[in-house]
Design a protein around this ligand. Structure first.
Ligand code: SME
Length: 159
């Protein structure tokens, strides 16, 4: 998929998500809707979902699409833990090269994880997307997914 085509798909997804979650402030309802819409939009997405911050330094599985994901991830572990700990998007072109990578599915080859942070700085969750293709994620993904995650946090915060 060319970067232009990818951008167009993200714009369509973002518009659908915005319409679907308008007025919704329940975080699980918002995350379930986003996971569903993103997962169906791209053939390259093999697992799409959220891990929620449920205690200091601890992530627990949230709404997702794909085969089952591990239930609990401490901030010290994996790509999800790194995104939560560093509060920064992690783009991993080859998961075998990432120290401490948690293999939930043997088909995963690359991964992107984006933190969901409220306008006042609270980390709510991370959005984790795995692909069965190497280097599936680029700057177009990062930019659009960060925008979607900012939208989730704003909707949850009532704005
Ligand atoms: N691979 C992730 C774990 C979650 S699953 O991929 C669904 C990680 O290393 O954090």
């Amino acid at each position: 998929m060319s970067p232009t085509d990818k951008q167009q798909v993200y714009e369509a997804v973002s518009q659908r998500v915005e319409a679907l979650i308008a007025g919704e402030t329940d975080l699980i309802a918002i995350m379930a809707t986003v996971a569903c819409e993103l997962h169906r939009a791209f053939d390259s997405f093999d697992w799409t979902g959220f891990y929620r911050v449920v205690a200091p330094g601890l992530l627990k599985i949230g709404p997702y699409q794909g085969t089952h994901g591990c239930l609990t991830i401490p901030f010290e572990r994996g790509v999800c833990g790194a995104a939560a700990r560093l509060r920064q998007t992690q783009v991993v072109p080859d998961v075998r090269q990432f120290p401490g990578y948690i293999a939930c599915s043997s088909s995963s080859q690359s991964e992107i994880v984006i933190p969901v942070i409220t306008p006042d700085g609270t980390l709510l969750a991370v959005l984790d997307i795995d692909s069965d293709r190497l280097a599936a994620f680029d700057e177009v993904d990062r930019m659009n997914l960060e925008k979607i995650c900012a939208g989730i946090a704003a909707a949850y915060s009532g704005g």
